[in-house]
Design a protein around this ligand. Structure first.
Ligand code: NAI
Ligand code: MG
Length: 359
């Protein structure tokens, strides 16, 4: 059956990088991928056209899509909008919330060609390939009550850290399944020595473990996990953690790989529908200059093929094409180094397409 893909270019460099990713998607269609591709507005571009960052028509199309490819949203142009609900970033949060995209997958892969871009020594990071599974719709970022109020003559800020067993279980299952498909090691990160929520978290992970006897489950406190990530990151295969710890650890892991311009992500819901996007933002400082790195968005298409469209072979083909282009020494400005050739966004797209076709 023909599957539906919705492309949401967004703002800033979003349209430039999604244009290159859409070309790769079209090349997959030419190779037999049976999909129908549609585009819609989100973020600041939607606000400019309709006065809303997430117009009802866009949300409707998103609900009906099997997978969504998003560029990025936001920029200084919209930072002065007084009504916070109308800011571009709310378009993205609205999509995540409305679609129930609780499972955030953020791979941190170091391409061998970019080893000198990492902040760590080559021997510590070479061959790095870890997957962080972050819970995205619960935890302290969403818990109620929250606020800042006056108590006993001073202001008090408070948030609520809460996870239901069912929320922990569903993200746990995503992580166990992921580990099963990879190197069969799952590390659950919590703070069970201090926080009750994560005592429950650890219990639920332990309860699931017998259902995945092929996966080796371990636990780390988040402070130690942060230390281990920079000390010896290759000890990890899959990491599963809650919203806030995952936010922080995945940014740290991202930096190990050198450039945010290389990192894709996926956010999945219970029915397997997914939204795929680069980890970076709309980069207003370089928007419209045809210099942005489109590889994170192109690699997001590969994740889409793997996790939503069940096309692992095409996914590998895209990843191999990216590797080939890096082998050839082509670099956008953000990943350029001595001895490489700096290319534009569109030239990078051309090169990936050519490498894809050549396979
Ligand atoms: P950013 O990720 O947009 O940019 C940070 C730095 O990385 C900038 O110097 C930028 O030029 C560079 N950069 C980012 N992506 C790049 C790429 N593909 N190629 C080359 N260089 C790249 O983060 P920043 O500056 O904090 O935020 C800018 C805007 O993006 C803000 O409005 C923010 O709210 C929004 N944002 C949107 C996100 C999303 O749509 N998922 C995520 C993060 C930020
Ligand atoms: Mg973050």
């Amino acid at each position: 059956m023909t599957q539906k893909i919705l492309v949401l270019p967004g703002d800033g460099i979003g349209p430039e990088i999604t244009a290159q990713a859409s070309r790769v998607l079209a090349a997959c269609q030419a190779r037999g991928l049976d999909v129908e591709v549609e585009e819609a507005l989100v973020g600041g571009s939607a606000y400019d056209a309709h006065g809303e960052p997430l117009p009802a028509a866009t949300l409707e199309k998103a609900r009906g899509a099997d997978a969504i490819l998003l560029g990025a949203v936001g920029g200084p142009k919209w930072d002065t909008i007084e009504d916070l609900a109308k800011r571009p970033e709310k378009g993205l949060l609205g999509l995540r919330k409305n679609l129930g995209l609780f499972g955030n997958l953020r791979p941190a892969i170091l391409y061998p060609q970019l080893a000198d871009a990492s902040s760590l020594k080559p021997e510590v990071v070479s061959g790095l390939d870890i997957m962080i599974v972050r819970e995205l719709t619960g935890g302290i970022y969403f818990g109620q009550p929250r606020g800042i109020e006056e108590r006993d003559g001073e202001r008090v800020g408070f948030n609520t850290y809460v996870y239901a067993e069912s929320e922990i279980e569903r993200i746990g299952r995503v992580a166990f399944e992921m580990a099963r498909k990879r190197h069969k090691k799952l590390c659950s990160v919590d703070k069970a020595n201090v926080l009750e929520v994560t005592i429950l978290w650890r219990e639920v992970m332990e309860r699931l473990a017998p259902e995945y006897p092929d996966v080796e489950l371990s636990h780390l406190y988040v402070d130690n996990a942060a230390m281990q990530l920079v000390r010896a990151p290759k000890q990890f295969d899959v990491i599963v953690t809650g919203n806030m710890f995952g936010d922080i650890l995945s940014d740290a892991a991202a930096m190990l790989t050198g450039s945010i311009g290389m990192l894709p992500s996926a956010s999945l819901n219970e029915s397997g529908q997914g939204m795929y996007e680069p980890c970076h933002g709309s980069a207003p400082d370089i928007a419209g200059q045809n210099v942005a790195n489109p590889l994170a968005t192109i690699l997001s298409v590969a994740m889409m093929l793997r996790y939503s469209l069940n096309e692992p072979v095409l996914a590998e083909r895209i990843e191999a094409a990216v590797g080939r282009v890096l082998d050839d020494g082509l670099r956008t400005a953000d990943i350029a180094s001595a001895g490489t050739r700096t290319v534009s966004t569109t030239e990078m797209g051309d090169a990936v397409l050519a490498a894809f076709e050549a396979q």
